[in-house]
Write a protein that binds this ligand. Structure first.
Ligand code: 3PG
Ligand code: CO
Length: 547
């Protein structure tokens, strides 16, 4: 149990943590959909309630460097755990640098499988960029080189085009040099090529069971070799862009590389497959398709018997997958666990697209609930979100209000996906509406917090809608196209996020301290203090000030 806090007995009602996904504090108003949005509630919160900024990127959330933007995985891990762990991006980079990854049983079994028999193939499937959110292309490069050094003869890569964690039409910046690299090392009996691929929002990388047909399309592309054929990936990207003018990389259709009409990299019995994303949410469904005997999410048509490895283990509870190259961070003593041990009932809610963020990521990449937790998922629309920028903000609010009115919960949390999911489309106008939808939702939710005698911490996991135009690498000012228009940006930002204390119950006794290091990992202890509890010894400090 967490101990009582002698300095503060806690607020009378519940404590609600509201994550406005993708809501950063920008340096420029140009390109900020947040500044462009009409948001009377948020304006009032910033003007009238204690608020500070939190670091939400780089080393503050366990990324390798402060040049790495934040993302929802590391952000929700830090908020939920109250601690910062070296995250997948850092762990994999370190394991490669130290060479320990090659000594692990998983890598050795994978290589052995690809070398056994006649003409075994080593396949790599994953996100093909240096975004460092789900994967890093340098990890792929190191593995291909190592496979060659260890005597693997044939490597096939299934490249998921990004344009979401990196500039929206940057695919060729990765594909062209990588195909050149593969060409160069394909000598002396070694043969490595990109064999299939497609936009990450079109195939393979669905999450939280939102859109299984996407994964089915990926399976048909990578495993069965079905799809429009091209001679190489460079021509595929060029050809698909010609056929689909205006389509950004993440939304490009699938492609298959073929020689004389025959796909060069279907996945067959005896092959080895490495899914090289380190982040789990968008890796779980395709992993299940490879490893599950009883699988009914779609018709696999043919299920090759392969040696399958994930870059990390994506779900510790489900042991998914069983074989993984690098051990994931062992996130322990999360706030969900300790509030549960203290006997507090907890409620978590979001829509499908972010549901696992407030449950699985929040609880340290565990799919199971702690005792006393209730989770509610609002099904997301399956549409491009610029077409529905309000998403399910109203329905999440309904669920949160009902949970507050039930009087059953002492700690509640929710995630409004809008700023992030619409921010990722690069559509500025839709992103302003996304923020307006969140603002409207907050106005309703906060009234229910008041009625319950509670307080709310309003925050975000990382920026996105705050910077809808690419910044020039040198000047750090919004970059312009040749025609003078701004370059749309789909990725997250490096900006800090707000932490607002919405408190109408303490009579002004409570405030927040802006420390030099304040970051997302300070939220858990702040929640504990608001509940009248001391933080767990492993958590970073509370930012609550009691006057
Ligand atoms: C995605 O998976 O949609 C992006 O790569 C990262 O977005 P998220 O970290 O906000 O989920
Ligand atoms: Co995002």
């Amino acid at each position: 149990m967490l101990q009582k806090n002698p300095a503060f007995a806690g607020v009378p009602g519940p404590v609600v943590v509201i994550v406005m996904d993708g809501y950063g504090i920008p340096k420029h108003t140009v390109g900020s959909a947040i500044d462009a949005a009409r948001k009377p509630t948020l304006d009032r919160l910033f003007a009238q309630y204690p608020n500070i900024t939190l670091r939400a990127h780089g080393t503050a959330v366990g990324m390798p460097s402060d040049d790495d933007m934040g993302n929802s995985e590391v952000g929700h891990n830090a908020i939920g755990a109250g601690q910062v762990y070296a995250q997948g991006a850092a762990l994999v980079a370190d394991a490669i640098a130290a060479g320990t990854i090659w000594q692990g049983a998983a890598w050795q079994e994978t290589v052995a499988a690809a070398k056994a028999g006649n003409g075994g193939v080593l396949h790599f499937i994953g996100l093909f960029s240096d975004g460092n959110v789900h994967s890093h292309i340098d990890h792929l490069k190191a593995m291909v080189a190592q496979a060659r050094a260890e005597g693997v003869k044939t490597v096939r890569i299934h490249a998921l085009l990004d344009g979401r964690d990196v500039p929206e039409t940057s695919a060729l910046d990765y594909v062209v040099p990588f195909e050149a690299f593969l060409d160069e090392i394909s000598a002396d009996g070694f043969d490595a090529r990109i064999a299939s691929g497609g936009g990450r929002q079109t195939i393979t990388m669905d999450r939280y069971d939102a859109n299984w047909p996407m994964v089915a399309r990926g399976w048909r592309t990578h495993v069965l070799g079905e799809g429009p054929q091209f001679a190489n990936a460079t021509e595929a990207v060029q050809g698909l862009r010609e056929r689909n003018p205006g389509t950004i990389d993440q939304d490009l259709p699938e492609f298959v590389i073929a020689d004389g009409g025959k796909p060069i990299g279907t996945i067959e019995d005896g092959d080895a497959v490495v899914f090289y994303n380190f982040r789990g949410d968008r890796a779980i469904e395709i992993t299940r398709a490879f490893v599950e005997d009883d699988f009914s999410e779609f018709d696999r048509v043919r299920r090759p018997r392969v040696t399958y490895a994930g870059m990390l283990q994506y779900d510790g509870d489900l042991h998914l997958p069983e074989r993984f190259l690098v051990t994931p961070p062992a996130i322990r003593n999360t706030s969900g666990e300790w509030f549960s041990k203290t006997g507090l009932a907890q409620f978590a809610c979001s829509e499908t697209q972010k549901f696992g963020h407030v449950t699985y990521f929040w609880n340290g990449n565990r799919s199971g609930k702690f005792e006393g937790e209730t989770w509610q998922e609002v099904p997301s629309d399956v549409v491009p979100f610029e077409q529905r920028p309000w998403m399910k903000a109203a329905e999440i609010t309904d669920a949160m209000i009902a949970a507050l009115q039930s009087g059953r919960y002492k700690v509640l949390r929710c995630n409004y996906a809008n700023g992030d999911m619409v921010g990722h489309t690069g559509n500025f106008r839709a992103a302003t509406m996304a923020i307006e939808a969140v603002d409207l939702a907050l106005s309703r939710l906060l009234r229910a917090v008041d009625a319950a005698g509670g307080v709310a911490l309003v925050t975000a996991d990382h920026g996105n809608a705050d910077e809808m135009f690419e910044l020039d690498k040198k000047t750090k000012e919004p970059a312009v196209n040749e025609d003078g228009s701004y370059k749309a940006k789909t990725a997250h930002t490096l900006n800090p996020v707000p932490l607002i204390l919405y408190d109408n119950v303490s009579g002004g006794r409570l405030g927040l301290e802006q420390t030099g290091t304040a970051g997302l990992s300070n939220i858990a202890a702040t929640v504990a203090n608001l509940l009248g509890l001391q933080k767990h010894e492993r958590w970073d400090d509370s930012l609550l000030v009691v006057k």
